[in-house]
Structure formats: structure tokens, C-alpha cells
Design a binder for this molecule. Structure first.
Ligand SMILES: C[S@@+](CC[C@H](N)C(=O)[O-])C[C@H]1O[C@@H](n2cnc3c(N)ncnc32)[C@H](O)[C@@H]1O
Length: 279
């Protein structure tokens, strides 16, 4: 793909040109000084994982690190998530079985799932975390427009810096098909660390079963790690990272929701004074 080419030129323009124009897509951001806004949200000293800056997601040089990526993400994604974006995201929300008070959405992007979680659990404190300050600025604007109180912060899902056991629900939507398998396990270990015993972990992404059988599906968008994702098994990865009661359900053939729970271990029982827990 030539330098300077954008998601708009590559996908939206040719496919959806009759419904949208670039001017319309950029209208919600008119007057926004991206440099000032991203500077305000950037965490000083944050080290980006090597894979993140070196890959060209969706064929866009620079991946998610541009205003263009942030502005065009939602218009493209609404058509990429069959049969309907909110129905697909809702599969994750409807899989929550507890009543979480603190929710963390990793790789939150422009916050679409994060905001649905806040709507479903209005009393919960909801935090979205992403490596791209541009995506976070777009997420913050969406939350503001919908009058939803959600905190968006700049960070690495593999090493968030939050205290152990500080969230009772940790989610990731459409993140793992974009991370190298080794890094995915690092994020799953981090999810486990952030949950208290009984806390839930929910992951929405492409169906590994369907993707692994459909080469053409994997080639629609340029995704550097999707083949390794499709060849793997999220249930196994989650169990290896200490999560229990792991299960995956398929939705509309091309999506899956995986759920796991941090089990109680002996140390947890000792914490609550159960004599002989370590015996
Ligand atoms: C395909 S988008 C998904 C965004 C959003 N969760 C959604 O469902 O639309 C992947 C997002 O993950 C972010 N990301 C990738 N690696 C990350 C990491 N190590 N830590 C935090 N965010 C990451 C990217 O910046 C991007 O916003």
C-alpha cells in the first residue's frame, strides 16, 4: 500500500462511497486539535510493545497511531461486524454473569464496547485502556456525547500498572486477533492478575474455528497476526494463564465470546482465615 493511503481511500471510499464522504466522517472532529488532545492523554514514559509500532494494521502505515485511523475506525467497523455491530458487541455484554463494580476494557479503541458496558452496568466504574492516544481521544469524545462517565487511559494491556485484583470484570474485544500469540498470553496473565477470585474475564473476537477454515476471511483486512490467532485455541491459552471455568461460544459463525473466571486458590482461602487451607 502506498505511503499516505488511508482506510478511507482503501475501504470506505470504494465500497461505501455512495453513502459517505470523507468530509462527513471527519465532521465530528472538526475544530479538534489532535496534537493538543493526544498530548493530554499520553502517559509519559509508556513503552510500546515492539509488535505494535512495527506492524501495518489494515494496511495503514503507522497502524492505530494516527488521527486518520481513529476517525475512520467506527465507519469501517460498523460494516465489518456481521450481522450488526451492536448485536455482536452485545454478545460480550450479555455473557457477564456477575454484577461488576469495577470494569476494565483492554484495547478499548474508540470505546464502542466500553460504552455498552457502562450502559449495561451504570453503577460500575468503567475504565478503557488503549495504546493509541488517537483512539482514546475519539473514545473520550463519544463518551462525552453520550453523557457517559467512563475513564479512558493510555496504557499497555500486557502491563497495565493497575493494582492486583482491582477489577471484577476485565474484557477485550477485537484485540487478540491483532496481537502476537506470545503477547496474547501476557495479556491473559495480566487479566488474571487484575481479577479477584470469582472475577470474570470476557473476550470477544473472531471465531478461531471459522477463521482457521476460511483463508479468504483472514485476508479481508491486512492483519499481521490473524493466522496465528486462528490456529490457536483461546480456551487453552486462558486455562494456561490460570483462568478457570473457561468456555467459548460461537455467534453468527464468525464471532466468538470466551469467558473465564479467576478461581479461588489456597492463598485466597488463607486470606479469609480458612484454617489449614495450605495443608
Ligand atoms: C481492532 S481494535 C479493537 C478496538 C475495540 N476494542 C473494539 O472492539 O472496537 C484493536 C485495539 O487494540 C489496541 N491495542 C493493540 N495492542 C494493545 C496493547 N498491547 N495494549 C493496549 N491496546 C492495544 C489498538 O490500539 C486498537 O485500538
Amino acid at each position: 500500500m502506498a505511503a499516505g493511503e488511508t482506510l478511507f481511500n482503501r475501504f470506505i471510499g470504494p465500497l461505501l462511497g455512495q453513502f459517505f464522504n470523507e468530509e462527513e466522517i471527519k465532521r465530528p472532529y472538526r475544530g479538534l486539535d489532535w496534537e493538543v488532545a493526544t498530548k493530554a492523554i499520553k502517559r509519559d514514559g509508556l513503552v510500546y510493545p515492539e509488535y505494535y509500532l512495527s506492524a501495518n494494521y489494515h494496511g495503514i502505515r503507522g497502524g492505530y497511531m494516527s488521527a486518520d485511523a481513529a476517525m475512520t475506525y467506527d465507519p469501517v467497523t460498523q460494516y465489518a461486524l456481521f450481522p450488526h455491530e451492536n448485536l455482536v458487541r452485545d454478545c460480550l455484554v450479555r455473557s457477564v454473569r456477575t454484577c461488576p463494580r469495577r470494569i476494565l476494557d483492554l484495547g478499548c479503541g474508540t470505546g464502542s464496547t466500553t460504552l455498552l458496558l457502562k450502559r449495561a452496568f451504570p453503577d460500575a466504574q468503567v475504565v478503557g485502556l488503549d495504546l493509541s492516544p488517537y483512539m482514546l481521544v475519539a473514545a473520550g469524545l463519544k463518551a462525552q456525547r453520550q453523557n457517559l462517565d467512563v475513564v479512558f487511559c493510555h496504557g499497555d494491556a500486557g502491563e497495565t500498572g493497575f493494582a492486583p485484583r482491582s477489577f471484577d470484570l476485565v474484557t477485550a474485544s477485537l484485540l487478540f486477533h491483532e496481537t502476537p500469540a506470545v503477547f496474547t498470553r501476557q495479556v491473559l496473565r495480566e487479566m488474571h492478575r487484575l481479577l479477584p477470585p470469582g472475577g470474570e474475564c470476557l473476550i470477544l473476537d473472531g471465531s478461531q474455528q471459522t477463521l482457521s477454515r476460511s483463508e479468504w476471511l483472514m485476508n479481508i483486512f491486512e492483519e499481521p497476526h490473524i493466522k496465528a490467532y486462528a490456529a490457536g485455541n483461546l480456551d487453552t491459552w486462558m486455562a494456561e494463564c490460570g483462568l478457570g471455568a473457561v468456555e467459548t461460544s460461537e455467534h453468527w459463525f464468525i464471532h466468538q465470546v470466551s469467558r473465564g473466571v479467576r478461581p479461588f486458590d489456597c492463598a485466597d482461602l488463607e486470606d479469609v482465615g480458612f484454617a489449614g487451607a495450605g495443608a
